[in-house]
Design a protein around this ligand. Structure first.
Ligand SMILES: Nc1nc2c(ncn2[C@@H]2O[C@H](COP(=O)(O)OP(=O)(O)OP(=O)(O)O)[C@@H](O)[C@H]2O)c(=O)[nH]1
Ligand SMILES: [Mg+2]
Length: 218
């Protein structure tokens, strides 16, 4: 079965972890506004570190496995960036429709991904404007279109999504998988499969590295 690595990228707070959880479970993580200390639950989401989700689906008439990666506060670990992108087949660039500036920050992720990916000529970028359910949408259509033109992002791969309303995330994710499979299926299943194990290995190394750094136990 072909396997692809898809990674979530974007500024803190745009909703990467909620998207990840939604794809994993089909349900948005519960946020209880009456909770006594809401800051604590935010911190818990932010502190999750690297998480992988194995997702199997049918696309282009065959079964496909997708490893979706979420980075909690990845910005804090610059040295991780190169490894994070090396074996990625696609990057989901997430911005917050409530905060247009989160769109512009994605240029940095695009640059890093292109520089570090071993597939830079094929690497697929999807652009997801998250929180489309919000009443406070400030990201302008012109800004989004200009960004897509500047970075050659395919119209089909640009979507407005929300984990609070059913359907948008599923559709955007499925479209992405189909495009990724079409682009990569010439590369050969074996090769992509091997990459996954290599990615896992480098993630473990990074994890150990970060743990070591966190607990100062060199
Ligand atoms: N209205 C609305 N809020 C959302 C949606 N998705 C996420 N949020 C909220 O956005 C905030 C940030 O979500 P996270 O998933 O923690 O964001 P993140 O990108 O993982 O942030 P870091 O881990 O810090 O990089 C939370 O308060 C979520 O409840 C959505 O679809 N609609
Ligand atoms: Mg997160």
């Amino acid at each position: 079965m072909p396997e692809y690595n898809v990674i979530l990228a974007g500024r803190a707070g745009v909703g990467k972890t909620e998207l990840f959880q939604y794809i994993k479970t089909g349900v948005a993580p519960k946020y209880d506004p009456d909770e006594t200390d809401p800051d604590d639950s935010r911190a818990a989401l932010t502190d999750m570190g690297l998480e992988r989700l194995e997702h199997e689906t049918e696309a282009n008439g065959r079964q496909i496995k997708v490893n979706l990666w979420d980075t909690g506060g990845q910005e804090r670990y610059d040295s991780m960036t190169a490894n994070y992108y090396r074996h990625a087949h696609a990057v989901i660039l997430v911005y917050d429709l409530e905060a247009e500036d989160t769109l512009y920050h994605l240029s940095d992720w695009i640059k890093e991904a292109r520089k570090n990916s071993r597939w830079s000529d094929r690497l697929v970028f999807a652009l997801w404007g998250n929180k489309s359910d919000s009443k406070n949408l400030t990201a302008r259509d012109e800004a989004i279109l200009a960004f897509m033109t500047t970075h050659s992002i395919n119209m089909d791969l640009s979507a407005r999504v929300s984990t609070h309303t059913e359907g948008s995330v599923e559709k955007a994710f499925q479209t992405l998988i189909e495009v990724v499979d079409k682009k990569f299926n010439q590369v050969g299943i074996e090769e992509t499969g091997r990459d996954v194990s290599r990615l896992l290995l480098s993630m473990d190394e990074l994890d150990n590295d970060n743990n070591r750094r966190k607990c100062f136990c060199f």
